[in-house]
Design a protein around this ligand. Sequence first.
Ligand code: CU
Length: 71
Amino acid sequence: MTTVTYKIPNISCGHCVHTIQSEVSELAGVTSVVADMLNKQATISFDAPASEDKIKSLLAEINYPVAGVAA
Ligand SMILES: [Cu+2]
């Protein structure tokens, strides 16, 4: 399993957190999504068939483009 924390500047409120968690959880292979409103990040755990590219594409589609990976 891979776990990555993405920087997502568009996260601004609890609604964003809910949207990201529910939408990304729908992606096959994603096992955990924890979005963080204060730090504007989301920590996502996944296995195949999910991939970083698929997750980033989905986030861009729902208007939460990824700005980078958190250290
Ligand atoms: Cu919001």
